[in-house]
Design a protein around this ligand. Structure first.
Ligand code: TXA
Ligand code: MG
Length: 295
């Protein structure tokens, strides 16, 4: 496994691995993903195996155009509106699966719905176009742990594994948080996972309700443990205690010994989002015993 530059020759090599049912590490605007041919059962099974992911947790199908999305999902008027407004970009739509779609049943975990998105990153768009098939792409982290926002995070997460065969370099992810997931399969639009698109922007298109927490698990944010560093993490901390590293936000006046990183000294939430996972990775690898995070 190695990180390679994303020029045409390496993209073609990545495509030949995908065609053989192997996995590729790939950048998107949100986080790095672990890509497989979404129509190949064996390839998709490798995703679950490599990530140690529970089989009941379905995957997002990634496409390189709205027309391609319509080959796999049923679009209604509202879905069209969301797609036109936010694609390519960090929005995933859960829609009825088309009966004639060739998507592997492992991707949807047997559901009759499919999560689909058109990402905004040159490298994954070219990879999908060159491959000619849609890609199933979860975040490229071992299940339950911090999401990767740099190619090196992917390498560190799967060091010594058989897969992915290659990691395509794409720089630091611009958004740094997963895509926002909206369920459009009922008469209400339901937010299944908060992510790269702000709620205020979604509300320009339609009303959005929060998911009912008594419902069955529909998205990963509802599992008790997710996006977790290896070290204990303490939230709403005003300052670090003995042995803790400190993840700050906004102007601070801390003069202790602890290692300190600041998500955004000016208090900018977009900047903080882009830094969140990479700073957590860095503090997780520092020699602190735990991580304290400011409100
Ligand atoms: O930003 C992203 O979306 C990243 C990048 C790589 O594109 N991908 C990503 O995938 O976050 P993943 O597998 O880490 O999270 C996808 C989540 C699943 O955990 C699942 O709960 C939800 O999407 N999902 C997938 N299919 C679904 C469906 N049919 N109904 C409801 N939720 C679904
Ligand atoms: Mg994930």
């Amino acid at each position: 496994m190695k990180i390679v530059e994303s020029h045409y020759k390496n993209l073609l090599e990545a495509v030949s691995f995908l065609k053989l049912g192997h996995l590729i590490g790939v950048p998107t605007e949100t986080v790095y993903g672990l890509a497989a041919d979404a129509t190949n059962d064996l390839a998709v099974a490798r995703i679950y195996e490599t990530k140690g992911r529970p089989q009941f947790n379905p995957l997002i199908v990634h496409v390189s155009s709205i027309e391609q999305a319509k080959e796999y999902a049923e679009f209604n008027v509202l879905a069209e509106k969301f797609a036109e407004h936010f694609w390519p970009g960090p929005l995933t739509l859960v829609l009825p699966l088309r009966m004639d779609s060739r998507i592997s049943k492992l991707v949807t975990a047997g559901l009759n719905t499919v999560a689909i998105r058109f990402p905004a990153h040159r490298v994954i768009i070219e990879l999908i176009k060159e491959a000619g098939f849609p890609l199933a792409v979860p975040s490229a982290n071992p299940s339950g742990f911090l999401s990767p926002t740099k190619a090196e995070h992917v390498l560190a997460g799967f060091n010594g594994f058989q897969e992915p065969k290659l990691i395509l370099e794409g720089g630091s992810c611009m958004i740094g948080l997963e895509s926002t997931i909206l369920d459009l399969t009922s008469d209400q639009v339901v937010l299944l996972r908060a992510g790269g698109i702000a709620l205020e922007d979604l509300l320009k298109i339609s009303d959005v309700s929060r998911v009912d927490s008594n419902n069955e698990i529909k998205a990963p944010g509802m599992l008790n443990q997710h996006y977790s560093p290896r070290k204990p993490l303490r939230i709403n901390a005003s300052e670090p205690q003995n042995g803790e590293a400190f993840l700050a936000f906004g102007p601070i006046d801390f003069k202790g010994e602890a290692k300190v990183l600041n998500l955004s000294p000016s208090g900018n939430l977009t900047e903080a989002a882009a830094n969140l996972f990479s700073m957590l990775h860095e503090l997780d690898q520092s020699d602190s015993q735990g991580i304290a995070v400011m409100p």
